[in-house]
Design a protein around this ligand. Structure first.
Ligand code: MF3
Ligand code: CO
Length: 239
Protein backbone atom coordinates (compact mmCIF):
# COMPACT_ATOMS: atom_id res chain seq x y z
CA UNK A 1 0.00 0.00 0.00
CA UNK A 2 2.93 2.29 0.64
CA UNK A 3 3.86 2.00 -3.04
CA UNK A 4 0.38 2.66 -4.41
CA UNK A 5 -0.06 5.57 -2.01
CA UNK A 6 3.30 7.07 -3.01
CA UNK A 7 2.24 6.94 -6.63
CA UNK A 8 -0.98 8.81 -5.78
CA UNK A 9 0.98 11.43 -3.81
CA UNK A 10 3.46 11.97 -6.67
CA UNK A 11 0.71 12.31 -9.26
CA UNK A 12 -1.41 14.68 -7.17
CA UNK A 13 1.64 16.89 -6.55
CA UNK A 14 2.34 16.98 -10.27
CA UNK A 15 -1.28 17.86 -11.04
CA UNK A 16 -1.39 20.52 -8.32
CA UNK A 17 1.56 22.20 -10.01
CA UNK A 18 -0.43 22.43 -13.24
CA UNK A 19 -3.53 24.02 -11.73
CA UNK A 20 -3.62 27.58 -13.10
CA UNK A 21 -6.14 29.87 -14.78
CA UNK A 22 -6.76 28.69 -18.35
CA UNK A 23 -6.06 25.01 -17.70
CA UNK A 24 -8.93 22.55 -18.25
CA UNK A 25 -9.68 19.61 -16.00
CA UNK A 26 -9.59 17.29 -19.02
CA UNK A 27 -5.93 18.31 -19.48
CA UNK A 28 -5.33 17.29 -15.84
CA UNK A 29 -7.08 13.96 -16.51
CA UNK A 30 -4.71 13.28 -19.42
CA UNK A 31 -1.65 14.03 -17.30
CA UNK A 32 -2.93 11.74 -14.54
CA UNK A 33 -3.45 8.88 -17.00
CA UNK A 34 -0.03 9.32 -18.60
CA UNK A 35 1.77 9.40 -15.26
CA UNK A 36 -0.16 6.39 -13.96
CA UNK A 37 1.03 4.37 -16.96
CA UNK A 38 4.62 5.49 -16.27
CA UNK A 39 4.32 4.08 -12.74
CA UNK A 40 2.87 0.83 -14.17
CA UNK A 41 -0.19 1.40 -12.02
CA UNK A 42 -3.90 1.37 -12.85
CA UNK A 43 -6.27 4.31 -12.41
CA UNK A 44 -8.59 3.19 -9.60
CA UNK A 45 -11.67 5.27 -10.36
CA UNK A 46 -11.97 4.73 -14.13
CA UNK A 47 -14.82 2.27 -14.63
CA UNK A 48 -15.47 1.99 -10.89
CA UNK A 49 -19.29 1.78 -10.73
CA UNK A 50 -19.07 3.08 -14.32
CA UNK A 51 -17.35 6.35 -13.34
CA UNK A 52 -16.22 7.62 -16.77
CA UNK A 53 -12.78 9.08 -15.91
CA UNK A 54 -9.60 8.50 -13.89
CA UNK A 55 -9.62 11.78 -11.98
CA UNK A 56 -12.36 13.51 -10.01
CA UNK A 57 -12.24 17.31 -10.50
CA UNK A 58 -14.73 19.24 -8.39
CA UNK A 59 -14.56 23.04 -8.70
CA UNK A 60 -16.24 25.63 -6.45
CA UNK A 61 -19.73 24.47 -5.37
CA UNK A 62 -18.99 20.89 -6.46
CA UNK A 63 -18.29 18.68 -3.44
CA UNK A 64 -16.87 15.47 -4.96
CA UNK A 65 -17.02 13.24 -8.06
CA UNK A 66 -16.90 16.08 -10.59
CA UNK A 67 -16.20 14.85 -14.12
CA UNK A 68 -13.27 16.40 -16.05
CA UNK A 69 -14.35 18.75 -18.86
CA UNK A 70 -13.12 21.34 -21.37
CA UNK A 71 -13.98 24.42 -19.34
CA UNK A 72 -10.89 26.51 -18.46
CA UNK A 73 -10.26 27.24 -14.78
CA UNK A 74 -10.41 30.91 -13.74
CA UNK A 75 -8.54 32.86 -11.10
CA UNK A 76 -10.61 32.85 -7.90
CA UNK A 77 -11.87 29.29 -8.42
CA UNK A 78 -11.10 26.45 -6.06
CA UNK A 79 -10.63 22.91 -7.37
CA UNK A 80 -10.73 19.58 -5.58
CA UNK A 81 -8.58 16.89 -7.22
CA UNK A 82 -9.26 13.34 -6.05
CA UNK A 83 -7.13 10.49 -7.36
CA UNK A 84 -6.63 6.79 -6.70
CA UNK A 85 -4.51 4.00 -8.15
CA UNK A 86 -4.23 0.24 -7.95
CA UNK A 87 -0.68 -1.11 -7.81
CA UNK A 88 0.38 -4.69 -7.11
CA UNK A 89 -3.06 -5.56 -5.74
CA UNK A 90 -3.49 -2.59 -3.38
CA UNK A 91 -5.26 0.75 -3.60
CA UNK A 92 -4.19 4.26 -2.62
CA UNK A 93 -6.58 7.24 -2.52
CA UNK A 94 -6.06 10.94 -1.77
CA UNK A 95 -7.47 14.38 -2.52
CA UNK A 96 -6.52 18.04 -2.22
CA UNK A 97 -8.38 21.28 -2.83
CA UNK A 98 -6.40 24.05 -4.48
CA UNK A 99 -6.83 27.76 -5.04
CA UNK A 100 -6.71 28.71 -8.73
CA UNK A 101 -4.80 31.99 -9.08
CA UNK A 102 -5.87 34.32 -6.26
CA UNK A 103 -8.85 33.56 -4.02
CA UNK A 104 -10.63 35.68 -1.42
CA UNK A 105 -9.48 35.46 2.18
CA UNK A 106 -12.65 33.65 3.35
CA UNK A 107 -12.19 31.07 0.57
CA UNK A 108 -8.60 30.45 1.61
CA UNK A 109 -9.90 29.96 5.15
CA UNK A 110 -12.35 27.25 4.00
CA UNK A 111 -9.41 25.40 2.42
CA UNK A 112 -7.12 25.70 5.43
CA UNK A 113 -9.82 24.76 7.95
CA UNK A 114 -10.74 21.69 5.88
CA UNK A 115 -7.11 20.58 5.60
CA UNK A 116 -6.53 21.19 9.32
CA UNK A 117 -9.62 19.12 10.12
CA UNK A 118 -8.16 16.21 8.13
CA UNK A 119 -4.94 16.37 10.17
CA UNK A 120 -6.91 16.67 13.43
CA UNK A 121 -8.80 13.52 12.44
CA UNK A 122 -5.59 11.71 11.47
CA UNK A 123 -4.09 12.47 14.92
CA UNK A 124 -6.85 10.37 16.46
CA UNK A 125 -6.09 7.35 14.22
CA UNK A 126 -4.17 5.45 16.91
CA UNK A 127 -4.61 2.00 18.47
CA UNK A 128 -7.04 2.06 21.40
CA UNK A 129 -9.08 5.02 20.13
CA UNK A 130 -12.58 4.59 18.67
CA UNK A 131 -13.52 5.35 15.07
CA UNK A 132 -15.71 8.34 15.90
CA UNK A 133 -12.85 9.98 17.79
CA UNK A 134 -11.57 10.68 14.27
CA UNK A 135 -15.00 11.87 13.11
CA UNK A 136 -15.51 14.15 16.09
CA UNK A 137 -12.05 15.74 15.76
CA UNK A 138 -12.93 16.70 12.19
CA UNK A 139 -16.44 17.92 12.99
CA UNK A 140 -15.52 20.01 16.01
CA UNK A 141 -12.75 21.86 14.18
CA UNK A 142 -14.94 22.59 11.17
CA UNK A 143 -17.97 23.75 13.17
CA UNK A 144 -15.84 25.92 15.44
CA UNK A 145 -14.95 27.88 12.30
CA UNK A 146 -18.56 28.17 11.14
CA UNK A 147 -18.41 25.65 8.29
CA UNK A 148 -20.47 22.45 7.93
CA UNK A 149 -19.71 18.75 7.50
CA UNK A 150 -21.27 16.92 4.52
CA UNK A 151 -23.35 14.01 5.86
CA UNK A 152 -24.14 12.09 2.69
CA UNK A 153 -20.57 11.02 1.82
CA UNK A 154 -17.94 9.50 4.08
CA UNK A 155 -14.40 8.16 4.26
CA UNK A 156 -13.71 4.43 4.13
CA UNK A 157 -11.41 1.54 4.85
CA UNK A 158 -9.07 0.78 1.92
CA UNK A 159 -6.75 -2.05 0.91
CA UNK A 160 -7.35 -4.78 -1.66
CA UNK A 161 -10.55 -2.91 -2.49
CA UNK A 162 -11.00 0.83 -2.97
CA UNK A 163 -13.87 0.95 -0.50
CA UNK A 164 -13.76 -1.35 2.51
CA UNK A 165 -15.41 -1.25 5.91
CA UNK A 166 -15.72 0.75 8.02
CA UNK A 167 -17.46 3.84 6.67
CA UNK A 168 -15.83 6.89 8.24
CA UNK A 169 -18.25 9.78 8.77
CA UNK A 170 -16.77 13.22 9.31
CA UNK A 171 -19.12 13.81 12.26
CA UNK A 172 -19.85 11.66 15.30
CA UNK A 173 -19.72 11.06 19.03
CA UNK A 174 -16.24 10.63 20.54
CA UNK A 175 -15.63 7.32 22.33
CA UNK A 176 -18.00 5.48 19.99
CA UNK A 177 -17.52 3.34 16.87
CA UNK A 178 -15.19 0.39 16.25
CA UNK A 179 -12.00 0.01 18.26
CA UNK A 180 -8.96 1.13 16.23
CA UNK A 181 -6.16 -1.40 15.88
CA UNK A 182 -2.68 -1.39 14.44
CA UNK A 183 -2.75 -2.54 10.79
CA UNK A 184 -6.05 -0.92 9.86
CA UNK A 185 -5.82 1.45 6.86
CA UNK A 186 -8.34 4.25 6.35
CA UNK A 187 -9.07 6.83 3.67
CA UNK A 188 -10.07 9.81 5.79
CA UNK A 189 -11.75 12.49 3.68
CA UNK A 190 -13.57 15.50 5.14
CA UNK A 191 -15.95 17.18 2.66
CA UNK A 192 -16.69 20.61 4.12
CA UNK A 193 -19.23 23.20 2.98
CA UNK A 194 -19.06 26.94 3.37
CA UNK A 195 -22.73 27.17 4.47
CA UNK A 196 -25.36 24.39 4.53
CA UNK A 197 -24.26 20.73 4.56
CA UNK A 198 -27.01 19.77 2.10
CA UNK A 199 -25.84 18.31 -1.20
CA UNK A 200 -27.45 17.02 -4.40
CA UNK A 201 -26.33 14.77 -7.25
CA UNK A 202 -26.53 16.24 -10.76
CA UNK A 203 -28.22 14.58 -13.75
CA UNK A 204 -24.87 13.06 -14.88
CA UNK A 205 -25.35 10.66 -11.94
CA UNK A 206 -21.98 11.59 -10.39
CA UNK A 207 -21.32 15.25 -9.70
CA UNK A 208 -22.15 16.16 -6.10
CA UNK A 209 -22.89 19.86 -5.49
CA UNK A 210 -23.97 22.01 -2.58
CA UNK A 211 -27.73 22.70 -2.71
CA UNK A 212 -27.24 26.37 -1.80
CA UNK A 213 -24.51 26.96 -4.40
CA UNK A 214 -21.90 27.98 -1.81
CA UNK A 215 -18.40 26.52 -1.91
CA UNK A 216 -17.17 23.10 -0.76
CA UNK A 217 -13.66 21.79 -0.01
CA UNK A 218 -12.27 18.24 0.22
CA UNK A 219 -8.98 16.80 1.48
CA UNK A 220 -8.14 13.10 1.75
CA UNK A 221 -5.26 10.91 2.91
CA UNK A 222 -4.82 7.16 3.10
CA UNK A 223 -3.56 6.51 6.64
CA UNK A 224 -2.25 3.35 8.34
CA UNK A 225 -2.79 2.91 12.08
CA UNK A 226 0.44 1.70 13.70
CA UNK A 227 1.84 1.24 17.20
CA UNK A 228 3.97 4.30 16.47
CA UNK A 229 0.98 6.45 15.56
CA UNK A 230 -0.76 7.33 12.31
CA UNK A 231 1.32 6.75 9.18
CA UNK A 232 0.12 9.02 6.36
CA UNK A 233 0.78 6.79 3.34
CA UNK A 234 -0.24 9.40 0.76
CA UNK A 235 2.05 12.09 2.19
CA UNK A 236 4.57 13.11 -0.46
CA UNK A 237 8.03 11.70 0.39
CA UNK A 238 10.22 14.52 1.67
CA UNK A 239 7.23 16.78 2.40
N1 MF3 B 1 -11.93 9.31 -3.30
C1 MF3 B 1 -13.26 9.01 -3.73
C2 MF3 B 1 -13.82 7.94 -2.84
O1 MF3 B 1 -13.10 7.43 -2.06
C3 MF3 B 1 -13.27 8.68 -5.16
C4 MF3 B 1 -14.24 7.71 -5.67
S1 MF3 B 1 -14.69 8.19 -7.23
C5 MF3 B 1 -15.25 6.82 -8.00
O2 MF3 B 1 -14.94 7.60 -2.81
F1 MF3 B 1 -15.45 7.13 -9.19
F2 MF3 B 1 -14.36 5.91 -7.96
F3 MF3 B 1 -16.33 6.41 -7.40
CO1 CO C 1 -11.78 7.97 -0.88
Amino acid sequence: MRTSCNIVAEILALLADRVKPGVTTLELEEIALRETTKFKAKAAFKGYCNYPNALCCSPNQQVVHGIPNREPLKSGDILSLDYGVLYDGYYGDAAVTLAVGTVEEKVARLLSVTEESLYNGIEKAIPGNRLFDISYAIQSHVEKHGFSVVRDFVGHGIGKRLHEDPQIPNYGTPGQGVLLKSGMVFAIEPMINEKSHDVKILADGWTVETVDGFLSAHFEHTVAITENGPDILTRLAGA
